[in-house]
Design a protein around this ligand. Structure first.
Ligand SMILES: Nc1ncnc2c1ncn2[C@@H]1O[C@H](COP(=O)(O)OP(=O)(O)OP(=O)(O)O)[C@@H](O)[C@H]1O
Length: 357
């Protein structure tokens, strides 16, 4: 898939958007940043709902440049908002068919059954929207959007109107989409946890500008923490379940550079790929592997980089276990006491590890 090339300038009375982006043509790109930084404005520029100077190329086609501006209805994209408005007089099936029937057969890239299957809607097809939960309504809205066979899916905080339980319910469907969809998704979110779970690529915005962007894992492992995650700073790594020990409720996951013990959940079987999140505040560093301590996860690593005094008294250490980066947040005092420096071989003591998939 061709990458998305986007360059936009637009100005309101008290705000200016100025961005240049080259985004992957597949997978989920999360747009992340504080309220008012311009995330929705950027989506609106992409959708052609906001006029702007610049250019936009999607799927190898020019949607906008100095010589032309395709209006929204000529941009093959779908947009899912926070609050969904389904047609109240049509069943779920009727809502899904509404957009689908308008796409000529030859141009359909996603079938009705595929969308229903990806979003788990089979048992809801005859329901009326008034009888759906918030999470179910959003799933219908996403399926309806996909059935217009878009080249690009824009999602503007699709979970923010849902309660915590509904968010948890819908997440596996979104993860499934990330694996199944051949088109790129641009996903606006405030939530670090959502981004960690769903994104492949992240773009951090501040005051109408892009302040950092890159592949999720690499970018989250930067010691300069451009995402301002503070307490939530940490890395995501891809691992595979290698062994389960039901009697201890634990399983072992291998990653490129080591292994980690995780709490065993239903569905975790040998061979299953998982996304694991390790927070910087959950890692401490030891110079030797002490066998007589309670922490299960002791991983050998080499110090790659140290950012001293990221906040008063605290430093951020980037470590590599094989090729996999980790971040550890330490007091600057312990850095001095242990005489830690780049290149040193150490042991990471990891207090807590969470599966995000
Ligand atoms: N049509 C408009 N006219 C004037 N100002 C606008 C307009 N649309 C947005 N703005 C301003 O542009 C800035 C960026 O708004 P935008 O909605 O893009 O931010 P956001 O990052 O999506 O915020 P949130 O996370 O709260 O949704 C804000 O200061 C907003 O007030």
């Amino acid at each position: 898939m061709s990458p998305i090339q986007a360059s936009f300038r637009c100005r309101f009375e008290n705000f200016e958007l100025s961005v240049d982006l080259l985004l992957p043509g597949k997978g989920v790109t999360a747009l992340f940043g504080h309220s008012g930084c311009g995330k929705t404005t950027l989506l609106r520029c992409i959708a052609g709902l906001q006029t702007s100077e610049g250019y936009l190329n999607v799927a190898g086609e020019c949607w906008q440049d100095s010589s032309g501006f395709r209006p929204t209805h000529q941009r093959p994209l779908a947009y899912v908002f926070q609050e969904t408005s389904l047609f109240p007089h049509l069943s779920v099936s009727g809502n899904l068919n509404y957009g689908y029937r308008r796409i000529p057969r030859a141009e359909r890239r996603i079938t009705f059954d595929q969308a229903v299957d990806w979003l788990g809607l089979t048992h809801l097809l005859n329901r009326m929207p008034a009888k759906l939960s918030g999470g179910e309504r959003q799933r219908v809205a996403i399926a309806r959007a996909l059935l217009t066979s878009p080249r690009l899916l824009l999602m503007d905080e699709p979970l923010s109107a849902l309660d915590q339980t509904s968010k948890q319910e819908i997440m596996p469907y979104l993860e499934n989409l990330r694996e199944s969809l051949a088109i790129p998704v641009i996903y606006v979110s405030h939530s670090a946890a959502e981004v960690a779970r769903l994104a492949d690529h992240i773009v951090m915005m501040d005051n109408g500008r892009v302040v950092a962007e890159g592949p999720l894992q690499e970018t989250l492992a930067r010691t300069d923490q451009p995402f301002g995650l503070e307490e939530d700073a940490g890395v995501i790594l891809n691992a595979t379940i290698e062994q389960v020990e039901p009697e201890w409720h634990l399983c072992r996951a291998g990653f490129d550079g080591g292994e980690l013990w995780l709490r065993l959940h239903d569905g975790l079987v040998p061979g299953k790929p998982v996304r694991v999140r390790v927070l910087a505040r959950d890692i401490s560093i030891a110079l030797a592997a002490h066998p007589d301590q309670s922490i299960q996860n002791l991983v050998p690593a080499v110090i790659d980089e140290i950012a001293r005094e990221v906040t008063p008294g605290t430093s951020m250490v980037r470590l590599l276990a094989g090729q996999t980066p980790f971040l550890a947040r330490l007091t600057t005092r312990s850095l001095h006491q242990l005489k830690l420096e780049a290149g040193r071989n150490v042991w990471m003591q990891i207090k807590s590890v969470a599966i995000v998939d």
